[in-house]
Design a protein around this ligand. Structure first.
Ligand code: NAP
Length: 292
């Protein structure tokens, strides 16, 4: 039996629609308060990938009419000095929210820094208070990547109620909150969720049961066609640069899913690039708007 062509969960297009609404709200805020929403991003050190992520967040702010401030700090900064900067940002009344880009240099305890961020300015949604609020279904900031995926499923009207969602990965920023959001009594939500990780036995037999498969494993093209049920919805969170001599740039971007062979089996699939990535930044903008 041949499958119909899969439809794309197009995060770029979905983001454009959401960002147009965010821009309209930003100009309302400007008119009412005399200043637009304001996000700051703290970048410690010179890691190339982190710099790219932060710069794209700052640009996205400008595109929707937010003010954004990029705070660059040397990787020689001590933990105490960084905590001091965090306190200053917490107390800055001209700032609605801020993020500290992870990972931080090894001599700085990232958990301690996250804990120091005022929960009402924690637009990344990583503070334990915001994680607790998410678990309890109380208002707060949701972590950007999982909530972006929920918005993507909502935008495309993907039914989730009663379906089996398998999440591969249990990181604090993606896999674990993803499982919580998909199992909540909300729409999208109400899934029966399985979280798989590196100690899971016979992973393929579990992923083949997924109506919705969300992959956040951090290994290029790990998920192959034999691991996917025909007709499944597949969301690929991973993002990797791999060498490709055929490209002018010398590389191409791939996800955690082997797109060419998996896509023909799916009803819907989020591509890399252009799937989850743009939605993560859009979620950060939504959180900043909420913060102000
Ligand atoms: P992470 O912290 O490295 O977590 C990876 C998870 O995968 C861990 O829970 C790990 O299990 C599990 N895992 C590793 N090998 C496995 C295996 N063989 N079988 C089953 N599970 C396995 O990664 P992350 O921060 O969640 O990110 C995942 C990917 O998403 C990365 O490629 C990252 O770059 C990407 N990402 C993209 C965005 C975006 O906006 N597009 C945002 C965030 C992350 P253990 O817990 O047992 O080690």
């Amino acid at each position: 039996m041949t499958q119909a062509a899969p439809q794309l969960l197009d995060g770029k297009r979905c983001s454009e629609a959401l960002r147009a609404r965010i821009a309209a709200s930003a100009s309302d805020v400007q008119a009412r308060r005399g200043r637009p929403p304001h996000l700051a991003a703290v970048l410690v050190g010179n890691d190339g990938a982190s710099r790219t992520y932060v710069e794209s967040k700052v640009k996205a702010c400008q595109d929707v009419g937010f003010r954004s401030t990029l705070i660059r700090l040397p990787d020689s900064i001590t933990e105490a000095e960084l905590l001091q900067r965090v306190q200053e940002l917490n107390q800055d009344p001209g700032l609605d929210g801020f993020i500290v880009q992870l990972p931080l240099p090894a001599h700085i305890d990232a958990d301690r820094v996250t804990l120091a961020i005022a929960p009402e300015k924690d637009v990344d949604g990583f503070h334990p208070e915001n994680i607790g609020r998410m678990v309890l279904g109380q208002p707060g900031f949701l972590p950007a990547t999982p909530s972006g995926i929920v918005e993507l499923l909502r935008h495309y009207g993907i039914p989730t109620l009663g379906r089996h969602c398998v999440v591969i990965g249990r990181s604090h920023i993606v896999g674990t909150p993803m499982g919580i959001l998909m199992s909540r009594n909300t729409d999208p939500g109400n899934c029966t969720v399985t979280i798989a990780h590196s100690r899971t036995k016979d992973l393929a037999s579990i992923t083949r049961q997924a109506d919705i498969l969300i992959v956040a494993i951090g290994k290029p093209e790990f998920v192959t066609a034999d691991m996917v049920k025909p007709g499944a919805v597949v969301v690929d969170v991973g993002i990797h640069r791999i060498d490709d001599a055929a490209r002018k740039s010398g590389f191409r971007l791939v996800g955690d899913v082997k797109f060419e062979e998996v896509a023909p089996k799916c009803s819907w699939i989020a591509p890399v690039p252009g799937g989850v990535g743009p939605m993560t930044i859009t979620s950060l903008l939504l959180n900043t708007l909420k913060a102000c």
